[in-house]
Write a protein that binds this ligand. Structure first.
Ligand SMILES: [Zn+2]
Length: 103
């Protein structure tokens, strides 16, 4: 497949997918460092629940292995923990994470 194309600065169109943990539908991805679009082998974090997957060669997401999760950089682990905490707070207020940032 072709490489993901930028929709707007920092956001890239990727094949439609559904989070296996929370059911969130997605067709966009952004790069936490903002340097390039996602590529095969990159980690992907669900914006709704913080579940970690990896892009395969077709840019579909596959579940992360326990080894891959353990090998993630500490700053990525902290960012994922922050997403999970933010989502908990958002649920307590009756809004999803993406609803909070797309209004
Ligand atoms: Zn999710």
């Amino acid at each position: 497949m072709s490489h993901p194309r930028p929709l707007k600065e920092g956001e890239y169109v990727v094949p439609h997918g559904v989070c296996v943990v929370c059911g969130h539908h997605f067709d966009l991805a952004s790069n936490a460092t903002g340097e390039r679009g996602p590529q095969p082998g990159d980690a992907s974090v669900c914006v709704e629940c913080g579940d970690v997957t990896f892009f395969d060669e077709e840019m579909r997401r596959r579940p992360a292995t326990p080894e891959e999760l353990a090998e993630m950089p500490e700053d990525a682990k902290r960012a994922i923990a922050a997403i999970k905490l933010t989502n908990k707070i958002a649920k307590a207020t009756g809004m999803t994470y993406s609803e909070r940032f797309h209004k």
